[in-house]
Design a protein around this ligand. Structure first.
Ligand SMILES: Nc1ncnc2c1ncn2[C@@H]1O[C@H](COP(=O)(O)OP(=O)(O)OP(=O)(O)O)[C@@H](O)[C@H]1O
Ligand SMILES: [Mg+2]
Length: 395
């Protein structure tokens, strides 16, 4: 590269036409392989518009990392608000990430913020904030489609009553006329959180499951994204194929897009005119390990040791699945190695359930009943690198 590559005209990447189209917050025009989900949401929520707000609905979208929960709920929210406007119905779509806003008060503050209402900065209680919101909604006569993205974080902290309180917020004033509809998203299904019978029956969110993407689906997603983000001819079909192949072990579109983006940056750095398989392989490692580190870092120490035991079992022998009895034996050995007192069988069982909730392992039942018939598998494909990450954290 010559020394005058940066000129007064600026610099034009030889690889990217518009890099922002690969940013994770970007919602593309089309969401291939999620047309059915959009259709289901439309059937479910359309009566809100057709009854001009005399109806309320809720959906619980669940699926693994990168299956499009956020993208689908955003796309639907934007579209639904737009169509409502065309039908002269005042619906406002509000998207809240509950990983960031984990309390009921923060959720209400975000809703108020979205309605351009500022409240005094002194700490108001949930009830006080709820009553402000009630008045505002009454005054503005606005119907709200509230997306509680990663709802598990809120419900774990506040319990399912929080949803009930929000849903009932306006009932008295509006004579039972609802002013909220909800879309929840989480990695686990609705029943992992909405345990309270009254909440479940009064809201009864319709369950919508997003399956992991297979290789061909990821290829379609990547192909559309390359057209938007990359210059013509800088990536061959076989390289898209390679990225789809790598990401298909996780079924994760985010991983696929991040891989494409970082491989593009690598190509740029190397002053290459195209993205090559070597760029993809190189950045794959640099994405995978920090991600695994983050995922594992927050787990309690004994949960890490149980996970390590499952990995070791999965890696040993020809069977992909581990039995609980063997996991407990391995776990006890690991405890000895790290000078820890092993926890009881019941605690280990709880750790296994927590790891399952976190999406780190899959638990399958071979036959009904006994615990001994469970077969357990770590969801990550790259077990050796995951093992290294955990060992590094246990030292
Ligand atoms: N069907 C699709 N078509 C195009 N892009 C998609 C599709 N599904 C997901 N994506 C893209 O993949 C990335 C990850 O998707 P998204 O953030 O919606 O996943 P998620 O299910 O919310 O994951 P997480 O559980 O980590 O929050 C985003 O950049 C999104 O735009
Ligand atoms: Mg998401």
């Amino acid at each position: 590269m010559g020394s005058n590559f940066l000129t007064l005209k600026g610099w034009h990447s030889p690889i990217f036409r518009d890099e922002t189209k690969l940013y994770l917050e970007y919602v593309p025009k089309d969401l291939p392989h999620r047309e059915d989900t959009m259709k289901k949401l439309t059937y479910l929520f359309w009566p809100i518009i057709s009854s001009t707000g005399n109806f309320s609905a809720s959906a619980w979208i669940h699926g693994a990392v990168g299956t499009g929960k956020t993208a689908v709920s955003k796309k639907f929210g934007f579209l639904f608000e737009k169509i409502s406007k065309q039908k002269s119905f005042l619906l406002k779509y509000i998207h809240i990430n509950c990983k960031q806003k984990r309390t009921g008060s923060n959720v209400i503050l975000s809703i108020l913020d979205n309605l351009n209402v500022t409240v005094p900065s002194r700490g108001l209680s949930f009830q006080e904030l709820a009553s402000i919101l009630k008045k505002i909604l009454f005054k503005k006569k606005r119907y709200i489609l509230l997306v509680l993205d990663e709802a598990g974080y809120l419900l774990k902290k506040e319990g399912s009553d929080i949803i009930y309180s929000l849903a009932r917020l306006t009932e008295e004033e509006f004579n039972q006329r609802p002013l909220f509809s909800f879309i929840f998203t989480s990695k686990q299904g609705r029943d992992a959180f909405l345990l309270d019978q009254s909440t479940r029956s009064s809201l009864a969110p319709t369950k919508i499951h997003l399956p992991k993407y297979n290789k061909n689906e990821l290829k379609d997603i990547l192909t559309l994204r390359t057209e938007e983000a990359l210059r013509k001819g800088v990536i061959k079909e076989e390289v898209i194929d390679l990225i789809a192949e790598i990401a298909s072990s996780k079924g994760d579109a985010r991983y696929a897009i991040e891989l494409l983006w970082k491989a593009g940056k690598e190509a740029e750095m190397e002053d290459s005119k195209e993205i090559l398989p070597s760029h993809v392989h190189k950045v794959n490692l640099s994405i995978m390990e920090p991600r695994q580190y983050e995922e594992i870092n927050n787990l309690p120490r004994h949960e890490k040791m149980v996970l390590l035991a499952i990995i070791k079992e999965n890696l040993s022998g020809e069977r992909k699945y581990a039995r609980i009895k063997r996991i407990v034996e391995r776990y006890r050995g690991i405890c000895r190695k790290y000078g820890e007192e092993p926890r009881s069988y019941t605690r280990v069982w709880q750790f296994i359930k927590d790891l399952q909730h976190a999406g780190l392992i899959e638990v399958n039942r071979l036959s009904e009943g006994e615990r001994g018939t469970l077969k357990i598998r770590v969801t990550h494909e790259e077990l050796n690198s995951l093992e290294g990450v955990i060992k590094g954290q246990l030292c």
